[in-house]
Design a protein around this ligand. Sequence first.
Ligand SMILES: Cc1cc2nc3c(=O)[nH]c(=O)nc-3n(C[C@H](O)[C@H](O)[C@H](O)COP(=O)(O)O)c2cc1C
Length: 176
Amino acid sequence: MTIEGNEFTDREFRRGVWRQTATTVALITAVNEDGQANVMACEWAMMVSHSPMHFVVSVGPHHVTFPMIEQSGEFGLSFCSDQQANLSHISGSFSMRDTDKWSLAAFPTYPGKFIRPPLIEGSLLNVECKVISTQPLGDHTVFTAEALWVKYDADTSPLIYHAGKYFHLGEQVPKE
Ligand SMILES: Cc1cc2nc3c(=O)[nH]c(=O)nc-3n(C[C@H](O)[C@H](O)[C@H](O)COP(=O)(O)O)c2cc1C
């Protein structure tokens, strides 16, 4: 069934468009002025420049994580392995506003070298990020960050997120 149109004010129409996207998921970690850390799931996170190495994340301003990134100018980005669906689910379904997410699941963390937020152990790729630009964009804000330090595990597979469900990476598709 093909659907087309521009009913962008219709929530169901927008949801239909979103359900066609497939992404990886990263866990953003950030700290507030008291040094308290938070973690949230972010599907809109990606590398956008090799050298210098830059990443972008798109974060809604109502999330507790938002002012933490804005005020501190730094965040951790831990791209989920396919063993971390539960961490994504927990960190993306609850807000620090009313829940201690750290107590809901065993988030294995390790300290950053250059940033205050901890990073999530067991991820595909960890990036210590310093914000270099903040761009309000529609109902989200895009933070562009420079990578200060990266760590990756070449033996893990990414977690794939599509239509609200998690998947393993599928079989390679031949180019020809
Ligand atoms: C898989 C998944 C991906 C998400 N991706 C994003 C995203 O890209 N940007 C965003 O602003 N929120 C995203 N969210 C929603 C936030 O993670 C969620 O609202 C979270 O509770 C915010 O936590 P906080 O209020 O403690 O910051 C996602 C949620 C899930 C479950």
